[in-house]
Design a protein around this ligand. Structure first.
Ligand SMILES: [Zn+2]
Length: 310
């Protein structure tokens, strides 16, 4: 059995995946603060799942949010306060007494969607996770791309505008400032300050309280101002997808993360903007745009698959 744990900012989700790729057990625990507590939680969860299905035959993988080296060291993680330069691979392996492969959570998600979800059967896939920020992963010519240091796929911090708004990463004009959940909320607040989005402001209670979820719901109801915000998002999402098409020439993009639930609203706008932005569109088919199929389990399933192949 392949055991995978996906560590999020608030919860750790664990799965046991059998040889056919079927999830046969699921468990979750709150994410604690601190490295020792995290090790105890992750390994406790993994051990419990493995014991249900046969500990001795189990393989183990863990996905963490943040920058993870090829050797399983978490060098930085904005979502796990108090956890930096943490040799997670060594700590988890030592606790479980078995090898544990550790990588980035978005890398896990692309692996899962490629093997078992929306990217099945495609050799060149780029996945984008659209949450508060943007994460990503790449399957290139049928292989998972990790990069020299293990940091491949940090698309959220591609610079889109050197004079753009500042990003928590320390740079300016990062893609995720334009095309993520927080970007949708930011653009909505900007328009609301100009007197637009009255219905959304009324629902939120104040301009500051506007969330991307409220904007998406309003756009789904046909609110013209909210649709304008999502068109702005779709334009910038397309700009990034066009850049990634130039870099990787993917056959398909898989879009996942919380914002993908708004796909019915922004998909037509996104396709239009991508068609307009892709270079050499007369020389190749448009990269397909698909939406992730595995939902919140993708990271844990991918961690299980990653652990089985390392
Ligand atoms: Zn950034």
């Amino acid at each position: 059995m392949k055991i995978g744990v996906d560590v999020g900012g608030t919860k750790c989700l664990g799965v046991a995946v059998d040889t056919d790729g079927v999830v046969v057990a699921v468990d979750r625990r709150p994410t604690p603060h601190g490295t020792e507590e995290l090790t105890a939680t992750v390994c406790g969860l993994a051990r419990a799942l493995a014991e249900q299905t046969g500990f001795d035959e189990a393989t183990f993988g863990v996905g963490l949010p943040g920058s993870i080296t090829r050797h399983g060291v978490l060098t930085s993680s904005p979502h796990l306060p108090g956890v930096t330069n943490f040799d997670a691979g060594a700590a988890f392996s030592s606790d479980l007494g078995r090898p544990v492969a550790v990588t980035n959570d978005a890398t896990c998600a692309v692996l899962a969607e490629w093997h078992l979800g929306a990217g099945r059967g495609v050799d060149n896939v780029v996945m984008i996770t659209m949450g508060t920020g943007i994460g990503g992963g790449v399957i290139a010519d049928g292989m998972l791309l990790l990069g020299a240091n293990g940091y491949a796929g940090e698309f959220g911090h591609m610079m889109i505008d050197p004079n753009g708004p500042s990003c928590p990463c320390g740079q300016r004009g990062c893609w995720e400032r334009y095309a993520s959940g927080s970007a949708v909320a930011l653009e909505a607040k900007r328009l609301a300050a100009d007197g637009m989005l009255e219905a959304v402001v009324a629902q939120a209670g104040s301009i500051e309280a506007i969330t991307s979820e409220l904007v998406v719901a309003a756009a789904a109801r046909g609110d013209a101002d909210a649709v304008k915000v999502l068109d702005h998002f779709a334009y910038w999402m397309a700009a990034g997808l066009a850049n990634l098409t130039n870099a990787f020439d993917p056959a398909c993009f898989v879009l996942g993360g919380g914002l993908s639930e708004a796909a019915p609203v922004f998909e037509p706008m996104l396709r239009q903007h991508v068609a307009a932005a892709v270079y050499a569109s007369n020389l190749r088919p448009q990269p397909e745009i698909r939406f992730a199929e595995l939902g919140e389990r993708a990271g844990a399933i991918g961690a299980a698959l990653y652990g089985a192949t390392r």
